[in-house]
Ligand binder design. Structure first.
Ligand SMILES: [Zn+2]
Ligand SMILES: [Zn+2]
Length: 86
């Protein structure tokens, strides 16, 4: 049962789209640059809720997604490594 209309494939998310570089923390609405900032994401809710979180809020959430309860993932591990954060 797949009733999704694909008329006019306009809304396709191209990976590497410029809009992906900057995301917004779902909790405090801080702009996060995925090339500069430590950003956490719930891979399950990313598309549905734009479930991105700043480091401070991720810690406050105990690294759990507030939508589904799954573990948040660090999408910028190289930045954390550079700053000595695991
Ligand atoms: Zn935040
Ligand atoms: Zn989630």
């Amino acid at each position: 049962m797949y009733a999704v209309s694909t008329a006019g494939l306009k809304g396709i998310n191209a990976v590497g789209h410029r809009g992906w570089v900057t995301v917004k923390c779902r909790i405090c609405a801080t702009k996060l640059d995925t090339t500069l900032d430590i950003v956490y994401v719930c891979p399950h809710c990313r598309d549905k809720y734009e479930a991105y979180f700043c480091a401070a809020d991720a810690r406050r959430l105990h690294y759990r997604c507030p939508f589904c309860g799954r573990r948040l993932e660090l999408i910028t591990p190289w930045i954390a490594e550079k700053r000595g954060i695991r």
